[in-house]
Design a protein around this ligand. Structure first.
Ligand code: AMP
Length: 274
């Protein structure tokens, strides 16, 4: 695995390696969810690129930027073993020099749900992914369904800005008890870890109730009863998969989505409805 730390180094490598080029952007602290993206990219591409960059623009002022888990040596070994050809590992000064001033606005879709809870989050995501796509110029971008709203926002950005990259969404990797893998799961206490899969169970109940034709209010009420008392619910809802607008009557493709805090750790999850 070759490692590029500057934009010039990254371009020099990505421009000459054989295509198709699949690309997996991450913030590191790698787990099996990230590696599922790499495996899919490996199956479908001649060259696989990945990046690790903890993007300050997508963190709010009171969020976990400083304590976000970092383990760069372990991450390098995992990416290398999974078959990544080139790892782009920029620092903040490379991505955001002191006079950096442009941002990509995620529009209305970026104001709902995660965007309501974290008002500058999606603008940070769209801005950094625009930069990464311009540096790497991949044929296919691999994203995890775990961050469903992020996939919808980025698909829309790529379409709206005519970026010549295909997007592939990879299903969510889970622990045996249903908890979606996340770099933030390491923050959970023993009790919170036991309570955390209840978000997944609530979403399963919500999806089943909607598929049985219950009203959304009844379906959400039924789903809430599945949440562990430790969970502080942020939202549970049913949305159109493409617009992320809430829907009352199921019209697939759709997602049931949820976010809840377990202690100080905020977890997200969703299920796809075809
Ligand atoms: P992150 O490092 O959290 O920014 O995530 C990098 C990529 O991995 C994003 O496309 C995520 O959606 C994806 N990802 C994170 N967790 C999972 C998971 N449990 N299963 C599949 N993909 C995931």
């Amino acid at each position: 695995m070759q490692v590029a730390t500057t934009i010039l180094q990254a371009r020099a490598l990505f421009d000459v390696l054989p295509r198709p080029l699949g690309f997996v952007p991450t913030m590191g602290a790698l787990h099996e969810g990230h590696l599922a993206l790499v495996r899919r990219a490996r199956e479908e591409s001649t060259t696989v690129g990945a990046s690790i960059f903890i993007n300050p623009l997508q963190f709010g002022a009171n969020e976990d930027l400083e304590k976000y888990p970092r383990d760069i040596e372990a991450d390098r070994a995992k990416f290398s073993a999974a078959g990544v050809d080139v790892l782009f590992l920029p620092n903040q000064a490379v991505m955001y020099p002191p006079d950096f001033s442009t941002a990509v606005d995620a529009g209305e879709m970026g104001t709902r749900f995660e965007g309501a809870a974290r008002p500058t989050h999606f603008r940070g995501v769209t801005t950094v992914v625009s930069k990464l796509l311009n540096i790497v110029r991949p044929d296919t971008l691999y994203l995890g369904q775990k961050d469903a709203q992020q996939t919808a926002v980025l698909r829309r950005m790529i379409r709206d800005l005519d970026i010549p990259t295909h997007v592939t969404i990879v299903p969510t990797e889970r622990e045996a008890d249903g908890l979606a893998l996340s770099s933030r799961n390491v923050y959970l206490s023993v009790e919170e870890r036991q309570a955390a899969p209840s978000l997944h169970h609530a979403l399963q109940a919500l999806r089943m109730a909607m598929q049985m034709g219950k009203s959304k209010a009844d379906a959400v009420a039924a789903a809430r009863t599945r949440l562990d008392p430790l969970a502080q619910l942020d939202y549970l809802d049913v949305v159109d998969a493409n617009t992320f607008a809430p829907i009352d009557v199921l019209s697939p493709p759709a997602f049931v989505i949820g976010a809840a805090r377990f202690g100080s750790t905020r977890l997200l999850d969703n299920l796809w409805i075809e």
